[in-house]
Design a protein around this ligand. Structure first.
Ligand code: NAD
Length: 250
């Protein structure tokens, strides 16, 4: 199959909806074989079936990114089904708005487990497969919230900042093996994550905070992730790709 990812095998966490779903669909259009993992089993299976119905190759695996055994299973599924693994997108994430004092220990641990530990585990278990494939690309989805603060969402900011630097140090660790690792920093993107959190007024305020005057779309982010996943980015590692309509430029 032709395309910017022809011959590549990709694993995408949080692929059942939102940005992960868009990345799975775009990667497939660009020639990749895709394994998508999520805790939303029905939705994930439907995305994989849709991709297959359109002539692509996609497999869903149940993946809770906080669970080591799930990661091992997901990587093994990619290798067993498609013969190798070239690309990992650590996309799964959760958003909580609480500030420092309003954050309970339980909430803190949950956000860290998914957004931060989940990214580390993904890299830990994907790297051996990427190494076997002769190199590869890991894209860790951070956020504008990993670059600047906001005065709320303490655990979210903390974890997204951690993803930014974890990506850079891992990029250095694995550069000699041809494994590139970059972080992506979306502005506010129109997905259920945001729709479930903001009222109409909050939406308007958020849109106004983006110099380009709108929220991002899932495709806006997916095209950036596609670039980093592809060989077009073969000299790009340890970088942070900001896709935020100018939000963090202010
Ligand atoms: P979303 O809520 O639509 O999608 C997140 C996906 O992750 C869902 O399918 C969910 O089921 C999955 N997920 C949650 N916990 C999981 C777990 N433990 N294991 C596996 N999967 C799990 O949100 P989205 O906007 O598509 O978010 C994708 C990524 O982009 C996240 O990392 C998010 O933090 C980041 N991000 C989002 C925005 C935004 O405004 N939407 C902005 C910046 C960064």
């Amino acid at each position: 199959m032709a395309g910017r990812l022809a011959g590549k095998v990709a694993l995408i966490s949080g692929g059942a909806r939102g940005q992960g779903e868009a990345e799975a669909r775009l990667f497939s259009k660009e020639g990749a074989q895709v394994v998508l993992g999520d805790i939303l089993i029905e939705a994930g299976q439907k995305v994989a079936a849709d991709i297959a119905a359109q002539g692509g190759q996609a497999t869903f695996v149940k993946l809770d990114v906080t669970q080591e055994a799930d990661w091992q299973q997901a990587v093994a599924t990619a290798v067993r089904t498609y013969g190798k693994l070239d690309i990992l997108v650590n996309n799964a994430g959760i958003f909580r708005t609480e500030g420092v004092e309003a954050t309970s220990r339980e909430l803190w641990d949950q956000v860290v487990a998914v957004n931060q530990t989940g990214v580390w585990l993904g890299m830990k278990y994907a790297v051996p497969a990427l190494r076997k494939a002769g190199g590869g690309s890991i894209i860790n989805i951070s956020s504008g919230a990993g670059i600047i603060g906001s005065g709320f969402a303490a655990a979210y900011h903390g974890t997204k900042g951690a993803v930014r630097l974890l990506s850079k140090t891992a990029a250095i660790e694995y550069a000699k093996e041809g494994i590139r690792i970059n972080s992506v920093h979306p502005g506010v993107v129109d997905t259920e994550m945001i729709r479930g959190t903001l009222n109409q007024e909050g939406m308007h305020a958020i849109i106004g905070a983006h110099p380009l005057g709108r929220m991002g779309t899932v495709e806006d982010i997916a095209y950036g992730v596609l670039y980093l996943a592809s060989d077009e980015a073969s000299f790009v590692t340890g970088a942070e790709l900001v896709i935020d309509g100018g939000y963090t430029a202010q």
